[in-house]
Design a protein around this ligand. Structure first.
Ligand SMILES: *Cc1c(COP(=O)(O)O)cnc(C)c1O
Ligand code: SF4
Length: 326
């Protein structure tokens, strides 16, 4: 989509759109363009099209909102919890979510994984026998070609202590054609059990092609989960979220996390108040089957990790309130 077309859709001067595009990356797949529609309030538009409100940056919004850096033994590896490592194997994504918490480190600001780094990760995982799970992250890890994924897997596939591979990706939903036979064969050939967490925020994203890709992943032996970001203007009401979750269950995806948005730059317009978030979750409990409840969580900025919102202390709630996370 050209800057002129984006400017028209947002009702902005073309020069303003150029400034937005210089600040924050944009990409949209054909699959998502097909469900975009013309309404600027469409949930796909709200998630992916640049918006002038992104110029409003609060002082507490950070370039590393979740504090990965202090827990990174290698440039691409985050080891915050003893038993699992997050491995950022791809710096790019097929779409760029406006609310992304890694927006300062991905796309044109990211660097591709080099062969020598794969060797470093292999050495690290070999030495750290407490690690039982490798989590592919990014960017979007499924942006890599299957041969590149095979190179990554060589870093751990023969290590007996690595029992699980988990992949966090938006690709099965936003670019389902990439879930092809070569990829499915590679994944099902790994000795590790396979867990795929798809990032999806609105049932509009669950196209017929996306459903087919998810079914193919299940057939290849993967267990499927979802993570959703609670986003004002996209899904911040119990009816929208319960429709999404029920649609996901129909194709075998079990809800995992409902994330409160992180303090990424220029994302204030997506935040709900704490009371509102809690009320939505309370209503979801009434509407949804017990097997369908995601955990509503928040990342404590500065490396505090993920915490269920209902387990926060009064001090933590107040601290996060002061930062403006809700
Ligand atoms: C989110 C995250 C994980 C995974 O956490 P789970 O609660 O197991 O989903 C692992 N490592 C890092 C650094 C993370 O940010
Ligand atoms: S797919 Fe994930 S990493 Fe990529 S822009 Fe969206 S939230 Fe960020």
């Amino acid at each position: 989509m050209t800057p002129e077309e984006l400017a028209r859709r947002r009702g902005l001067p073309v020069a303003t759109m150029h400034r937005l595009l210089a600040e924050y990356q944009f990409a949209l797949t054909d699959e998502m363009a097909a469900v975009l529609g013309d309404d600027p309030a469409n949930p796909i538009a709200a998630q992916f099209l640049p918006d002038a409100r992104e110029f409003t940056v609060a002082e507490s919004e950070l370039s590393d909102p979740i504090g990965d850096a202090p827990h990174s033994p290698l440039p691409s590896l985050v080891h915050r919890y003893p038993n699992r490592v997050l491995w950022k194997i791809s710096p790019t994504c097929a779409v760029y979510c406006r609310f992304c918490f890694r927006k300062e480190h991905i796309g044109r600001r990211g660097t591709a994984l080099r062969q020598v780094e794969i060797a470093d990760v292999a050495a690290y995982l070999t030495a750290h026998t407490e690690v039982e799970e490798v989590i592919y992250s990014g960017g979007d890890p499924l942006m890599l070609t299957t041969p590149k994924l095979q190179q990554c897997a060589a870093a751990y596939r023969d290590l007996a202590h690595i029992r699980r591979l988990r992949i966090h990706s938006r690709i099965p939903v936003v670019q389902p054609a990439a879930i092809n036979d070569a990829l499915l064969t590679h994944l099902s050939d790994l000795p590790q059990s396979l867990h795929i967490v798809v990032h999806i925020n609105h049932s509009t994203e669950l196209t017929a092609n996306a459903r087919a890709a998810l079914r193919a992943l299940r057939t290849s032996g993967a267990l499927l989960y979802s993570q959703t970001v609670l986003l004002k203007g996209v899904n911040a009401d119990a009816a929208t979220l319960s429709r999404l979750i029920n649609d996901l269950l129909d194709v075998g995806v079990v809800p995992y996390y409902l994330h409160h948005p992180d303090l990424a730059r220029g994302t204030g317009h997506f935040r709900t108040a704490l009371a509102e978030g809690k009320e939505i979750v309370r209503e979801l409990r009434q509407r949804l089957s017990g097997i369908a409840m995601p955990a509503y969580i928040v990342e404590i900025p500065g490396g505090g990790g993920k915490v269920p919102v209902n387990e926060l202390s009064a001090e933590q709630e107040a601290y996060l309130n002061k930062l403006g996370i809700w």
